[in-house]
Design a protein around this ligand. Structure first.
Ligand code: SAM
Length: 323
């Protein structure tokens, strides 16, 4: 995949824009701004009177976005924080609500490829997995301290790994003789415990790595807190799009959106989750498990879903402000 100079190809970008239907002068809260690829594309519709509020747990991604937005004529304010802290972010930005919220869950390509993050077993590196440097416990800490039962439950609950008990037993047996500290070491332990992988299946270690990353970063807990707060953060008529990458996340998003609709707080815009077309998956294999769901909240500014108008300033304006 060619991620270009920006390090992350935005998933389902056309659908995100169609469903958020950004208009000139509106405010986007991108609560997983990553490398800013979605936000930069949406900013073209907001124009110089628009505002992008960007949140991320990863300061390196925020530093990258700050530079990237210097050339984009929209006001952009960036916050290092967790999306479970959005009410505090809005207060810091002196805003009561926003017109659009985007949550593109998981990790960006540059994080996946970073040896420092230790998210991938394709390169050897420390078993860290913390996206936010404020987090205290690394993946290696969890492997060293959780009981066999806790490890098995974590691997099963977060990633539906059917060999979770065998893998947990192998982890506990190995750590009696040596600490489990690197990505390659863990991948080999898991592969040995889970047995050979049938042709065409994902690597046996993939699910265990996903489960550990979710535990280190408390991904499901944070997502639930985001969903609990979200309706109060969007202006009447505003929209929210959430892109998830595994079934545990998608279930929480589906349940929350159904609840909002049942409570007459908004309308679900996606009867079924939107998934990438074959061509997008070929171009960007990381998009293959993406599921997008969207909701528009009730209110006077409600606008029909359709093709958004042309960008407010296709040719570009001078830089207004980037902070
Ligand atoms: C898939 S990437 C987003 C990519 C982005 N849409 C783009 O176009 O570049 C997910 C981002 O969310 C961040 N993230 C993950 N969990 C988060 C959380 N709980 N709060 C805030 N940011 C989070 C990650 O650090 C990562 O930068």
């Amino acid at each position: 995949m060619d991620t270009g100079a920006h390090g992350h190809e935005p998933v389902l970008l056309d659908e995100v824009i169609r469903l958020l239907a950004p208009r000139s002068g509106q405010t986007l809260l991108d609560c997983t701004i990553g490398r800013g690829s979605h936000a930069a594309a949406i900013a073209r519709f907001l124009g110089p009177r628009g505002l992008v509020l960007g949140v991320d747990v990863d300061p390196e991604n925020l530093a990258y976005v700050q530079k990237r937005f210097i050339d984009i004529p929209v006001e952009c304010r960036l916050f290092h924080g967790n999306f479970c802290e959005l009410p505090e972010v809005l207060a810091a930005a002196s805003r009561e609500g926003v017109d659009m919220i985007l949550a593109d869950l998981g990790v960006s390509t540059n994080q996946m490829l970073s040896v420092r993050c230790g998210l991938s077993f394709s390169m050897d590196g420390p078993l860290d997995m913390r996206l936010d440097p404020r987090i205290k416990r690394t993946a290696a800490d969890l492997l060293a301290t959780l009981t066999e039962r806790q490890l098995a439950d974590l691997i099963f609950h977060n990633a539906q790994e059917r060999h979770s008990r065998r893998i947990a037993r192998a982890i506990v047996q190995t750590r009696r003789s040596m600490p489990i500290a690197t990505t390659r070491q863990l991948a080999e332990i898991v592969r040995r415990a889970a047995g050979p992988v049938r042709h065409g299946r994902i690597d046996a270690a993939t699910r265990t790595f996903q489960a550990l990353r979710m535990a280190v970063n408390q991904e499901l807990e944070n997502l639930q807190m985001l969903l609990d707060a979200l309706p109060r953060l969007v202006n009447p008529g505003g929209a929210a799009v959430v892109i998830s990458f595994h079934s545990g996340e998608d279930r929480l998003v589906k349940q929350a959106m159904r609840r909002w609709q049942d409570q007459n707080r908004g309308d679900i815009l996606t009867a079924h989750p939107v998934t990438p077309a074959h061509t997008e998956i070929q171009r960007n294999p990381r998009s293959r498990s993406a599921k997008l769901r969207a909701v528009r909240f009730a209110g006077p500014a409600n606008v029909p879903v359709g093709d958004p108008p042309a960008p407010a300033w296709p040719g570009g304006f001078p830089v207004r402000h980037a902070s």
